[in-house]
Design a protein around this ligand. Sequence first.
Ligand code: NAP
Length: 287
Amino acid sequence: MTANVIDGKAVAQASQAQTAKRVAEFVAAYGFAPGLATILIGEDPASEVYVRNKRKAAAAAGLADFHEHLPATATQDEVEALIDRLNAEPRVAGILLQLPVPGGLDRTRLIERIAPGKDVDGLTTLNQGRLARGVQGLRPCTPSGIIELLDFSGVSIEGSFAVVVGRSELVGHPVAELLLQRNATIAIAHSRTRDLAALTAQADILIAAAGVPEFIGAEHVKRGAAVIDVGIHRTDKGLTGDVRFGEVAEVAGWITPVPGGVGPMTIAALLSNTIAAAEVAAAGSAS
Ligand code: NAP
């Protein structure tokens, strides 16, 4: 293996330690712990694990826990009423609606209901517009975590050619935007892209976020490139990503493992968004 394996767990731990320090300073200044509200609807086992991990990490950083678990039969009105209540609760700094939500619910309307200042997933139209404009706002967690991993590893973003495979509103699109703002030249590939390997093989930075198990192989990767594997898939062999780790590690310069790469960074970015939201809200109410 030639690639440097980027240890997302270690980078996430360092980031969470920073957040914990900011939370302690916040408590000392304002006399209460800012909270993260997690909303889980239904009984999806994977979502339950994700929410449990987020709550555990938030508690370890000193954030207050405002968890809400609604049944899969919850109506649109009921979920919106809950979001309104959390929007109005001053001790709640951030609100996370765990996705996907059950079929009968309008996910877009629910996301838009979250107060933009508490939208710690960075998914409201206002925060996405702020991202597109490059002005201050809450950024989506996984994309922010990816940038932090690249920075930590000393991968040079400015002037590089970065290819993002995937154009979702959660990952592909916003990470491309963040890379562009850091002066990378970007290309976004998707399911209709012709000759994907010819494109990705030119990338200095390759972000694999297609959600297709192990479909990026050595033929897609330029020698020495930084390969960030966002995919996460439960298979008979355990967890795997979008990248065939063994063969890509032979050509890449840097690579993230699954698990232990991007996943922990998503949680770290969520916590750092929550304390940032708390600080902005407290500064606003003090002025
Ligand atoms: P998504 O909404 O399903 O989007 C997938 C994107 O990949 C789409 O834009 C799709 O193109 C594109 N795509 C699909 N097949 C492709 C192919 N064969 N070639 C090129 N592009 C292809 O998924 P997502 O929410 O962005 O998530 C992507 C993956 O990351 C999933 O495995 C998810 O579980 C994982 N994830 C991990 C974390 C973490 O913390 N580690 C966080 C979020 C997501 P079209 O637009 O043309 O359909």
